[in-house]
Design a protein around this ligand. Structure first.
Ligand SMILES: *Cc1c(COP(=O)(O)O)cnc(C)c1O
Length: 435
């Protein structure tokens, strides 16, 4: 399968090259030139993530360097599960797709781990160390650090805004050491992003370092996200004979586009509903047909605080007309007060503790979908473990959230980070000191 830029279909790339480059030379995002159609019979007997991944991704990687020993790559990338857990006491049959069983307890572990495993394979035989620069507002940096930690041939530099992430997120960013450098930047997330952009254009850094990024528009993070939708939809399709619908907490639309692509490829997926927070760019677009990116506003579901969701460009390249987009997805916005109320109520009534992001999906399911579900089985996509956001969740439910073992292990490690002023000089000096 060839990839093309969303802005110019003549700019072609292999999947491997797109993973290394991240963004197309014209600033567009890489998308498949043409989606193969998969036959459901090709998934016969596949039940575990690595098996489903193989049947799904082999046709997409045909002709690419990643196709050789794909099985080894996928066993490395998908080394933790994404279970479907039935939800009880709800008005209609529903399940939770738990995407938080990876090393940093959020779904971004899937994308980061596949990206790291792929890059390691792509760069096999090269001696020069590749330095991955990543600016993070919370979840991405930890997932990327975990995925590349101690991988030979790679270094990671994580930049996060000091004091602007949760305590446990900060710990997950700073606990690594070895080939991971963590910088607590005296500035905002925008400062961190600007410093990373400037680093890529700096001639002196270009001399001393080979740099790459791992941000969420990299197609190497989207492809693996299709896999858990494939596995979950096949499980429910085999069990119920109907296509399940998915409710997806949405910010930059990466997780949602993966689901839409999986359905486009032929997987048995019914309705796709986006749950957003108080950032209204997506819901306003679906309502008015006008695409109006704006500044983000801060909410309790902070990993979804996006005012200009970049993956919309991928969706619109597949479905150029607004009515086509409306035919693919619907979206509901959920405010902070509703997030709080949902966390409180579902802990009491369903015995289910949500993270603030997952609570948006739970709210949309309860308020918009449950009563009219018919025979559609709804899947609530759970993007992070609530223990990661204990400072928000625990006061609402009035008890402690048990910490999963993977998170507990990271919380017990010493913090290793460097404070950094919010300018390129400071970053250059810090990167060049540690070579
Ligand atoms: C990143 C993130 C989201 C949003 O995912 P997108 O792919 O950006 O839409 C939702 N929940 C959590 C916990 C996240 O970390």
């Amino acid at each position: 399968m060839k990839l093309v830029s969303t802005r110019n279909r003549a700019l072609q790339s292999s999947v491997s090259d797109a993973i290394v480059k991240g963004i197309a030379p014209d600033g567009g995002l890489y998308v498949p030139e043409q989606f193969p159609k998969l036959d459901l019979s090709s998934f016969a007997g596949a039940t575990e993530l690595p098996e489903v991944a193989e049947r799904l991704l082999a046709p997409l990687l045909e002709g690419d360097g990643l196709a050789a020993d794909l099985q080894t790559l996928l066993n490395d990338a998908f080394n933790f599960p994404a279970p479907l857990v039935p939800l009880s006491n709800t008005p209609s049959p529903a399940s939770v797709l738990e995407l938080f069983h990876g090393p940093t307890s959020a779904f971004k572990d899937f994308g980061a781990r596949f990206l790291a495993a792929s890059m390691q394979k792509i760069r096999r035989g090269l001696d020069r160390t590749l330095t991955i620069l990543v600016a993070t507002s919370g979840d991405t940096g930890g997932a990327v650090a975990a995925a590349f930690h101690r991988r030979p041939g790679f270094k990671v530099a994580v930049l996060y805004p000091d004091g602007l992430v949760s305590q446990r997120q900060a710990q997950q960013l700073a606990c690594w050491g070895d080939n991971v450098q963590t910088f607590a930047v005296n500035g905002t997330f925008d400062d961190c992003q600007r410093m990373v952009k400037e680093a890529f254009q700096d001639p002196s850094l270009a001399q001393s370092h080979e740099l790459s990024s791992a941000n969420s528009i990299n197609i190497g993070r989207l492809l693996p996200q299709m896999v858990y939708y494939a596995r979950a939809s096949l499980e429910l399709w085999r069990r119920n004979g109907t296509k399940p619908g998915f409710v997806i907490p949405t910010g930059n639309l990466g997780n949602a586009v993966a689901c839409i692509w999986a359905r486009h490829l032929g997987l048995p997926i019914g309705d796709i509903v986006l749950a957003t927070n108080a950032n209204l760019t997506v819901t306003d677009y679906l309502r008015t047909g006008d695409w109006q990116p704006r500044q983000s506003v801060a909410t309790l579901a902070s990993a979804m605080d996006v005012g200009n969701p970049s993956n919309m460009e991928r969706l619109r390249s597949l479905y150029p007309a607004i009515d086509q987009v409306r035919g693919q997805v619907s979206a509901y916005s959920v405010g902070d007060a509703e997030i709080r109320a949902t966390i409180r109520r579902d802990a009491a009534e369903l015995g289910q503790v949500w993270c603030p992001h997952t609570a948006t999906a739970a709210h949309v399911y309860r308020e918009q979908l449950a009563a009219t579900a018919g025979n559609q089985h709804w899947v609530l996509v759970s993007t992070a473990h609530p223990a990661k956001f204990n400072d928000i969740v625990e006061p609402l439910i009035g008890r402690e959230v048990p910490v999963p073992p993977a998170l507990a292990a990271l919380l017990s490690l010493p913090r290793q980070e460097t404070r950094l002023d919010a300018n390129l000089d400071a970053l250059r000096t810090a990167l060049q000191k540690d070579r």
